[in-house]
Design a protein around this ligand. Structure first.
Ligand code: F0G
Length: 369
């Protein structure tokens, strides 16, 4: 009797040993017997209660979904593992993407893992160095284009249409399918969907995926509600706020420096059907949140990721979000990717003598009695 019960329990839950989103969420992903079991143990990222940041934002109950803990340091890995596995299943040996950095880092990593080729198209001069390092180290063919992300994506789409190369940007539906797993994890940990989810929006793929993920879970009776989405865009790259493409997007949050989102329609549907809003946040507001989340919670995210925090704070102030609503901020990427942003150019610490008594004096330490 005892063993029969535990047998049932085991078969109806995820095995403890299963790593990576293909194994953990197979039932919700477009997998077949021929899909390779690709994994870098992506997903299963921390959902951290953040009481000190909550107070600064003005909400009672805040969690941070720290996607910087993924293998390549961003949420892209969830979708990339599915996109690359499906590309291989379809017979591809080369993948291509345009990227502001994170997609290229992820594509390069999964292509290396799978033993196939990756070509990444980057806008000149605007990619954080850590992301560039990742693509180079994984052996991707790194091409810098004289153009912005929107132009690079246009070229990548043309190449994938006319040549033997698989496109792994989020216009590939397998990317979106993989990224739905983040919403599943949030529900699995909280026991239901939160009431509000704030996240940065660039090309619009991730907010589309969260919306689909929460809907899939609700329809499967794993959760009871859909959250309201607060979609954060940088003020200098806010086409979804203005309702028109931006020809020359500019922001310190280079990951979301996008003027003409490929998933425009589905992103707008996700946000408007949720009763939420797109919000433009200034670079100063982004950087303020970037510092606050690190100082108040010890969580180092990249600037784009902090845009969601800034937008949630504004939404609380303007009354769109009530303080009692359970909120999740998605921190999409790891702060280590963009160290140049974190370390001020003026940072030139005084070099002190290696002497304990002198340090104790400088640090105003109290001597043990
Ligand atoms: N946050 C980070 C850290 C990103 O890298 C991106 C997108 C987003 C948010 C926005 O997500 O595009 O799905 O709305 N980065 C892409 C890239 C464009 O090439 O790495 P989205």
């Amino acid at each position: 009797m005892q063993s029969a019960t535990s047998e049932v329990t085991r078969s109806s839950t995820t095995p403890r040993t299963a790593r990576g989103v293909l194994a953990r969420y197979a039932e919700f992903l477009p997998l077949t017997a021929a899909t390779p079991a690709l994994s870098l143990a992506e997903g299963d990222t921390p959902l951290l209660a953040a009481p000190r940041l909550a107070k600064w934002i003005g909400v009672d109950d805040l969690h941070l979904k720290y996607e910087g803990a993924n293998p390549s340091g961003s949420f892209k890995d969830r979708g990339m593992v599915v996109a690359v596995a499906k590309a291989i299943e379809a017979g591809s040996t080369t993948i291509i993407c345009a990227s502001t950095g994170n997609t290229s880092a992820s594509a390069a990593a999964y292509a290396a893992r799978a033993g196939i080729e990756a070509v990444v198209l980057l806008p000149a001069g605007k990619v954080a160095r850590g992301k560039l390092a990742q693509a180079i180290m994984a052996g991707a063919t790194v091409i810098t284009l004289d153009g912005n992300f929107d132009q690079a994506l246009s070229v990548a789409r043309d190449l994938a249409r006319d040549y033997r190369v698989a496109l792994v940007n989020s216009v590939n539906p397998h990317r979106i399918a993989g990224q739905t797993t983040a919403a599943f994890e949030v529900c699995d940990v909280l026991g239901d969907a939160p009431e509000v989810v704030a996240l940065p929006v660039g090309n619009g793929g991730n907010v589309t995926a969260y919306s689909e993920g929460f809907r899939i879970y609700r329809d499967a009776n794993r959760s009871t509600r859909m959250p309201m989405f607060i979609g954060a865009q940088a003020a200098g790259a806010a086409p979804l706020v203005h309702g028109a493409p931006v020809a020359n997007p500019e922001t310190v949050a280079t990951a979301i420096r996008i003027g003409n989102p490929a998933s425009w329609k589905s992103a707008v549907n996700a946000v408007t059907s949720s009763g939420g809003e797109f919000s433009a946040v200034t670079d100063d507001e982004i950087l303020e949140s970037y510092h606050k989340v690190a100082e108040l919670e010890g969580v180092f995210c990249e600037p784009a990721s902090a845009a969601g925090i800034a937008a949630l704070r504004i939404a609380v102030r303007n009354g769109r979000v009530a303080p009692g609503m359970r909120a999740v901020c998605v921190l999409t990427g790891n702060g280590l990717k963009d160290p140049d942003r974190a370390v001020p150019e003026s940072f030139a610490p005084a070099i002190l003598p290696a002497d304990a008594a002198e340090l104790a004096r400088q640090l105003h330490l109290t001597r043990l009695s």
